[in-house]
Design a protein around this ligand. Structure first.
Ligand code: UDP
Ligand code: MG
Length: 312
């Protein structure tokens, strides 16, 4: 394996931050407890925060040269921040963590030990409970995992977090995927490698608030499905075939009825129902095709996934 840079550190900790000025100091203090003795770097990726996340990080950096800050020119989303962090990381081991302490730092020593002593390339985590999360959100999240796992070839663990430590080989594999629409949960599964899963109880955010609205999560779910499988297109073909068959049988029935029993004008309600139903299905399928087309369009533009305003 040829690395595209010198490995200068033992561990790189990547923290995507969007408006995390309140949580960052807690995060920093807690993480330091567990990695203080290890040769490490903390890469704070400021994803276009509107608050003073950069200032807070800079203050921490004054006393700790192991902090690297990358600040985006605007909010590009967590996936973009993860990518920027992975590109920047100089560690043999790389770990992704949320800034809000929902990814417990106390697992870090255990993760390092597993990667050093056992034949795994990555240690990932998942939540065994969704305590403290709105019920409706948990419900849709569960549905999403069921649905996506039916459709894609690789498996995404329900409740899996982005909190994961990887060896260099796996990081390079992830970086070799050049797609614009990045769905990390799918990418981690897609690149393969041997992964050990650790479980933990859900923890609530230490400060600040969640950046994920229901609508954002919905878009994220669509990104995941469209990015990793073309099954919806096949389903569209299948639905089309079924409806055509139904239409054909119905046509025979009407013809038969007209020939043998005459054809009094009737059935206006059924006509309306059929037209609206089929119209709806057609639009839905067009929408599905559109999703794929739009993504093809965006990918062909080859725009950068993020733009760095300043690097500290
Ligand atoms: N985040 C980000 N860019 C965004 C949204 C979120 O970098 O556009 C970061 C955020 O600062 C946090 C992590 O991604 O460190 C997870 O976000 P959050 O805690 O809001 O998500 P939740 O835990 O509620 O799913
Ligand atoms: Mg969180």
């Amino acid at each position: 394996m040829v690395y595209n840079r010198d490995m200068e550190k033992k561990l790189s900790i990547i923290v995507p931050c969007f408006n995390e000025e309140a949580a960052l100091p807690y995060f920093y203090a807690e993480v330091k407890k567990y990695v203080g003795t290890i040769d490490h770097e903390i890469i704070v990726v400021d994803d276009g925060s509107k608050d003073d996340t950069v200032g807070t990080a800079l203050k921490l950096k004054e006393d700790d040269p192991n902090i690297v800050i990358i600040s985006f020119s605007r909010n590009f989303g967590k996936e973009a921040a993860i990518l920027a962090g992975l590109k920047e990381a100089k560690g043999e081991l790389v770990v992704l963590m949320d800034a809000d302490l929902q990814d417990p730092p106390k697992l870090l020593p255990q993760m390092i030990a597993i990667l050093e002593t056992q034949a795994y390339d990555s240690v990932a985590t998942y939540r065994v409970s969704r305590k403290g999360e709105p019920k409706i959100r948990s419900f849709f999240a569960r549905m999403f995992y069921k649905l996506i796992n039916r459709m894609i070839d690789v498996e995404i663990v329900d409740g899996a977090r982005d909190y994961r430590m990887m060896k260099r080989e796996m990081v390079e594999a992830i970086l070799s995927l050049g797609e614009y629409h990045r769905f990390s949960k799918g990418i981690f599964a897609w690149v393969g490698f041997k992964t050990k899963y650790l479980e933990f109880e859900n923890v609530e955010r230490v400060a600040g608030e969640t950046k994920w609205s229901f609508w954002k999560l919905f878009k994220y779910a669509i990104d995941g499905i469209v990015g990793f499988t073309t099954a919806p297109l096949r389903i569209a073909t299948f639905v089309g075939a079924i409806i055509s068959l139904f239409g054909f049988v119905y046509m025979l029935y009407i013809a038969f009825k007209a020939i043998f029993f005459g054809d009094p004008v009737a059935g206006f309600p059924s006509l309306v129902v059929i037209i609206t139903l089929i119209g709806g299905i057609e639009l839905l399928i067009l929408g599905i095709i559109g999703e794929y087309l739009a993504r093809t369009y965006m990918e062909t533009k080859k725009r950068p996934v993020y733009i760095i305003r300043k690097r500290y």
